[in-house]
Design a protein around this ligand. Structure first.
Ligand SMILES: [Zn+2]
Length: 253
């Protein structure tokens, strides 16, 4: 009979694909914590003591803030992944700010404990290496996207990325946080959203954006969303369902 904590594994695709031995290895060190929207998982420059696995609809964004106060999103992580010391092997200062974008539960564990578990288990090491590669692919694509693609396409790309992680057409996101993610003024973003709404792609409400026509959005958005998704599929197995939603993950072979 799985414990309440072990049942939480189902809420995160990385944890859910662990073999029984790796599950037993991680279980004693995991704790479940609830976060609210806008809370900080870790701040830039601070030690990353924990690795966090977003559960269910929890979404975390990695944000870079500039001295002039402007900011931009560099990666968005939901139940397909993990946050904190995934690439750096943990225990090092964070280079970005990790912000809770959509509040909810996470399972977290001490980074040093995870390092120890990875040393003991090749399958765990393999899974995290593959995931790190996918996260890096997402970040690298963002670099090119931010330099080359117009704001309307980047906006749609980000909405698709969020929808993948929420499994819902209604995205509880404010215009203010979307503007901060995209690194543009709120008034400018409002104009862009109005235009996308007039095209029948989205509906903008108070504190939420509803996806009305995903197939057309996929055509109109830049290639970056599809490109990152293909990389996830190739490296981590079938994590995206037929509607572009994260459904299940095959254990890496
Ligand atoms: Zn792009």
């Amino acid at each position: 009979m799985p414990s309440a904590l072990e049942r939480c594994f189902e809420g995160n695709l990385l944890l859910n694909c662990l073999n029984p031995e790796d599950r037993r290895r991680l279980l004693p060190d995991l704790e479940r914590i609830e976060y609210k929207r806008g809370e900080t998982l870790f701040a830039a420059g601070r030690e990353v003591d924990f690795i966090s696995f977003p559960l269910d609809q929890t979404v975390v964004t990695l944000v870079i803030s500039m001295i002039d106060g402007r900011s931009a999103e560099t990666a968005t992580i939901g139940r397909e992944g993990a946050v904190g010391g995934v690439v750096s092997n943990g225990g090092l200062p964070a280079s970005t700010h990790a912000l809770i974008q959509i509040g909810g539960p996470v399972l977290r564990m001490d980074s040093a404990r995870l390092q120890e578990a990875k040393r003991q288990s090749e399958s765990l090491r393999n899974l995290f290496t593959r995931y790190s590669d996918c996260l890096l692919a997402q970040v690298l694509q963002s670099v090119a996207c931010n330099a080359l693609h117009p704001i309307e396409e980047r906006c749609l790309r980000w909405l698709l990325t969020l929808q993948d992680r929420l499994d819902s057409n209604v995205l509880p996101i404010t215009q203010e946080s979307l503007a901060a993610m995209l690194g543009v003024q709120r008034t400018y973003l409002t104009r862009i959203l109005r235009m996308l709404q007039q095209q029948g792609l989205i509906e903008v409400g108070r504190g939420r954006i509803t996806i009305l026509n995903r197939p057309v959005i996929e055509e109109v958005a830049c290639e970056c969303h599809a490109s990152v998704r293909r990389h996830f599929e190739t490296v981590l197995g079938a994590i995206y369902g037929p509607n572009g939603r994260l459904v299940a993950i095959e254990p890496p072979g």
